[in-house]
Ligand binder design. Structure first.
Ligand SMILES: [Zn+2]
Length: 217
Protein backbone atom coordinates (compact mmCIF):
# COMPACT_ATOMS: atom_id res chain seq x y z
CA UNK A 1 0.00 0.00 0.00
CA UNK A 2 2.69 2.43 1.06
CA UNK A 3 4.89 1.37 -1.84
CA UNK A 4 2.04 2.01 -4.19
CA UNK A 5 1.40 5.51 -2.84
CA UNK A 6 5.05 6.23 -3.07
CA UNK A 7 5.27 5.17 -6.70
CA UNK A 8 2.32 7.34 -7.67
CA UNK A 9 3.77 10.33 -5.89
CA UNK A 10 7.18 9.77 -7.34
CA UNK A 11 5.63 10.12 -10.76
CA UNK A 12 3.93 13.26 -9.62
CA UNK A 13 7.15 14.67 -8.24
CA UNK A 14 9.01 13.82 -11.44
CA UNK A 15 6.83 15.94 -13.64
CA UNK A 16 7.03 18.84 -11.26
CA UNK A 17 9.34 21.78 -10.87
CA UNK A 18 12.84 20.75 -11.64
CA UNK A 19 13.97 24.32 -11.32
CA UNK A 20 16.58 23.99 -8.58
CA UNK A 21 16.47 27.65 -7.62
CA UNK A 22 12.75 27.48 -7.14
CA UNK A 23 13.06 24.40 -4.93
CA UNK A 24 15.83 25.96 -2.86
CA UNK A 25 13.84 29.17 -2.41
CA UNK A 26 10.78 27.22 -1.30
CA UNK A 27 12.79 25.12 1.16
CA UNK A 28 14.40 28.25 2.64
CA UNK A 29 10.95 29.74 3.27
CA UNK A 30 10.00 26.63 5.28
CA UNK A 31 13.29 26.40 7.19
CA UNK A 32 13.19 30.11 8.07
CA UNK A 33 9.58 29.82 9.19
CA UNK A 34 10.51 26.94 11.51
CA UNK A 35 13.47 28.91 12.90
CA UNK A 36 11.23 31.90 13.50
CA UNK A 37 8.87 29.61 15.38
CA UNK A 38 11.81 28.62 17.56
CA UNK A 39 11.98 25.04 16.23
CA UNK A 40 15.31 23.34 15.89
CA UNK A 41 16.08 22.18 12.37
CA UNK A 42 16.34 18.46 13.03
CA UNK A 43 17.05 15.94 10.28
CA UNK A 44 13.39 14.91 10.16
CA UNK A 45 12.18 18.50 9.84
CA UNK A 46 14.72 19.08 7.08
CA UNK A 47 13.39 16.02 5.20
CA UNK A 48 9.84 17.33 5.50
CA UNK A 49 10.87 20.74 4.17
CA UNK A 50 12.76 19.09 1.28
CA UNK A 51 9.70 17.04 0.40
CA UNK A 52 7.39 20.08 0.46
CA UNK A 53 9.81 22.11 -1.64
CA UNK A 54 9.90 19.42 -4.34
CA UNK A 55 6.19 18.80 -4.71
CA UNK A 56 3.34 20.81 -6.11
CA UNK A 57 0.85 17.97 -5.82
CA UNK A 58 -1.04 19.59 -2.88
CA UNK A 59 -0.57 16.58 -0.60
CA UNK A 60 -2.72 15.66 2.37
CA UNK A 61 -0.85 15.35 5.71
CA UNK A 62 -1.11 11.57 5.39
CA UNK A 63 0.37 11.62 1.89
CA UNK A 64 3.37 13.58 3.17
CA UNK A 65 3.85 11.04 5.95
CA UNK A 66 3.28 7.98 3.70
CA UNK A 67 5.69 9.19 1.02
CA UNK A 68 8.39 10.10 3.53
CA UNK A 69 8.05 6.93 5.59
CA UNK A 70 8.39 4.83 2.43
CA UNK A 71 11.84 6.32 2.05
CA UNK A 72 12.64 6.91 5.71
CA UNK A 73 10.83 4.28 7.81
CA UNK A 74 11.94 5.94 11.06
CA UNK A 75 10.18 9.23 10.40
CA UNK A 76 7.68 10.13 13.10
CA UNK A 77 4.10 10.71 12.07
CA UNK A 78 3.64 13.20 14.92
CA UNK A 79 6.66 15.20 13.74
CA UNK A 80 5.31 15.31 10.19
CA UNK A 81 1.85 16.46 11.29
CA UNK A 82 3.28 18.96 13.79
CA UNK A 83 5.71 20.45 11.32
CA UNK A 84 2.94 20.86 8.73
CA UNK A 85 0.77 22.57 11.33
CA UNK A 86 3.53 25.00 12.33
CA UNK A 87 4.31 25.81 8.69
CA UNK A 88 0.64 26.37 8.00
CA UNK A 89 0.18 28.65 11.01
CA UNK A 90 3.12 30.73 9.83
CA UNK A 91 1.72 31.02 6.31
CA UNK A 92 4.61 29.10 4.73
CA UNK A 93 2.13 26.57 3.33
CA UNK A 94 -1.58 27.13 2.75
CA UNK A 95 -4.36 24.84 3.91
CA UNK A 96 -7.05 23.80 1.43
CA UNK A 97 -9.86 22.02 3.28
CA UNK A 98 -12.60 19.73 1.99
CA UNK A 99 -14.27 18.97 5.32
CA UNK A 100 -12.89 17.88 8.68
CA UNK A 101 -10.68 14.96 7.67
CA UNK A 102 -9.68 16.08 4.26
CA UNK A 103 -7.03 18.76 4.27
CA UNK A 104 -4.56 19.39 1.50
CA UNK A 105 -1.58 21.71 1.69
CA UNK A 106 -0.60 24.10 -1.02
CA UNK A 107 3.17 24.32 -0.74
CA UNK A 108 3.38 27.28 -3.10
CA UNK A 109 2.47 30.67 -1.62
CA UNK A 110 3.33 32.68 -4.74
CA UNK A 111 0.29 34.18 -6.50
CA UNK A 112 -1.38 31.52 -8.63
CA UNK A 113 -4.80 29.97 -9.16
CA UNK A 114 -5.78 26.54 -7.81
CA UNK A 115 -7.93 24.61 -10.26
CA UNK A 116 -9.85 22.29 -7.93
CA UNK A 117 -11.80 19.27 -9.17
CA UNK A 118 -15.08 18.96 -7.25
CA UNK A 119 -15.20 15.24 -7.86
CA UNK A 120 -11.72 13.82 -7.17
CA UNK A 121 -10.29 16.87 -5.33
CA UNK A 122 -7.27 16.92 -7.58
CA UNK A 123 -5.73 20.38 -7.44
CA UNK A 124 -3.70 21.81 -10.27
CA UNK A 125 -1.81 25.07 -10.22
CA UNK A 126 -2.51 27.61 -12.88
CA UNK A 127 0.49 29.91 -13.14
CA UNK A 128 0.62 32.82 -15.46
CA UNK A 129 3.46 32.58 -17.89
CA UNK A 130 6.00 35.39 -17.49
CA UNK A 131 5.32 36.58 -21.04
CA UNK A 132 1.55 36.81 -20.48
CA UNK A 133 0.29 39.94 -22.13
CA UNK A 134 -1.08 42.74 -19.97
CA UNK A 135 -4.61 41.82 -21.05
CA UNK A 136 -4.41 38.23 -19.88
CA UNK A 137 -2.30 38.88 -16.78
CA UNK A 138 -4.36 38.46 -13.62
CA UNK A 139 -3.58 40.92 -10.84
CA UNK A 140 -3.10 38.39 -8.04
CA UNK A 141 0.28 39.77 -7.02
CA UNK A 142 -1.11 43.28 -7.19
CA UNK A 143 -4.00 42.29 -4.91
CA UNK A 144 -1.52 41.03 -2.34
CA UNK A 145 0.56 44.21 -2.64
CA UNK A 146 -2.54 46.42 -2.47
CA UNK A 147 -3.83 44.98 0.81
CA UNK A 148 -0.37 45.02 2.37
CA UNK A 149 -0.38 47.21 5.44
CA UNK A 150 -4.15 47.74 5.46
CA UNK A 151 -5.03 47.91 9.15
CA UNK A 152 -1.54 46.65 9.90
CA UNK A 153 -2.22 43.45 7.93
CA UNK A 154 0.79 41.52 6.62
CA UNK A 155 -0.27 39.28 3.71
CA UNK A 156 1.79 36.12 3.20
CA UNK A 157 -0.20 34.35 0.49
CA UNK A 158 -3.05 34.91 -1.95
CA UNK A 159 -5.30 31.91 -2.44
CA UNK A 160 -7.48 31.88 -5.52
CA UNK A 161 -9.58 28.77 -6.11
CA UNK A 162 -11.52 27.94 -9.24
CA UNK A 163 -13.78 24.89 -8.88
CA UNK A 164 -14.74 22.59 -11.70
CA UNK A 165 -14.12 19.13 -13.10
CA UNK A 166 -10.79 17.78 -14.29
CA UNK A 167 -10.46 16.11 -17.67
CA UNK A 168 -10.32 12.59 -16.15
CA UNK A 169 -13.51 13.13 -14.14
CA UNK A 170 -15.32 14.52 -17.18
CA UNK A 171 -14.35 11.38 -19.10
CA UNK A 172 -15.42 9.17 -16.18
CA UNK A 173 -18.77 10.99 -15.99
CA UNK A 174 -19.39 10.52 -19.71
CA UNK A 175 -18.53 6.80 -19.39
CA UNK A 176 -20.94 6.52 -16.45
CA UNK A 177 -23.75 8.15 -18.40
CA UNK A 178 -23.09 5.80 -21.33
CA UNK A 179 -23.19 2.85 -18.94
CA UNK A 180 -26.46 4.04 -17.37
CA UNK A 181 -27.96 4.35 -20.84
CA UNK A 182 -26.82 0.87 -21.74
CA UNK A 183 -28.29 -0.55 -18.51
CA UNK A 184 -31.56 1.28 -19.07
CA UNK A 185 -31.78 0.06 -22.64
CA UNK A 186 -31.04 -3.49 -21.56
CA UNK A 187 -33.66 -3.20 -18.80
CA UNK A 188 -36.17 -1.88 -21.34
CA UNK A 189 -35.27 -4.76 -23.63
CA UNK A 190 -35.83 -7.23 -20.78
CA UNK A 191 -39.17 -5.59 -19.96
CA UNK A 192 -40.28 -5.89 -23.57
CA UNK A 193 -39.32 -9.57 -23.61
CA UNK A 194 -41.29 -10.14 -20.40
CA UNK A 195 -44.29 -8.28 -21.83
CA UNK A 196 -44.07 -10.30 -25.06
CA UNK A 197 -43.91 -13.49 -23.00
CA UNK A 198 -46.95 -12.37 -20.99
CA UNK A 199 -48.82 -11.52 -24.20
CA UNK A 200 -48.04 -14.97 -25.56
CA UNK A 201 -49.26 -16.56 -22.36
CA UNK A 202 -52.49 -14.56 -22.50
CA UNK A 203 -52.93 -15.47 -26.15
CA UNK A 204 -52.43 -19.12 -25.30
CA UNK A 205 -54.91 -18.86 -22.45
CA UNK A 206 -57.47 -17.19 -24.70
CA UNK A 207 -56.90 -19.89 -27.30
CA UNK A 208 -57.38 -22.54 -24.66
CA UNK A 209 -60.54 -20.88 -23.40
CA UNK A 210 -61.85 -20.62 -26.94
CA UNK A 211 -60.96 -24.27 -27.49
CA UNK A 212 -62.76 -25.19 -24.29
CA UNK A 213 -65.80 -23.11 -25.25
CA UNK A 214 -65.82 -24.75 -28.65
CA UNK A 215 -65.60 -28.14 -26.97
CA UNK A 216 -68.57 -27.21 -24.74
CA UNK A 217 -70.66 -26.20 -27.68
ZN1 LIG B 1 -11.22 15.17 -11.01
Amino acid sequence: MATNNYRIDNQRINKQHTDKQHITAKRDIYLNALRRAGRRITEQRRLICDYLAQTDSHPTPYQVYADLSAQYPDISRATVYNTLKVLQELGAIVEIGFGADHTHYDTDTSPHINLICLRCHEIEDFHLTPDASADSALPLGEIQAAVSGFGGFRPVAVRTDVFGFCRKCQERKRAEIREQWQTQREALGDERQIMDAQDNEQDNEQDNQQDNQQDDE
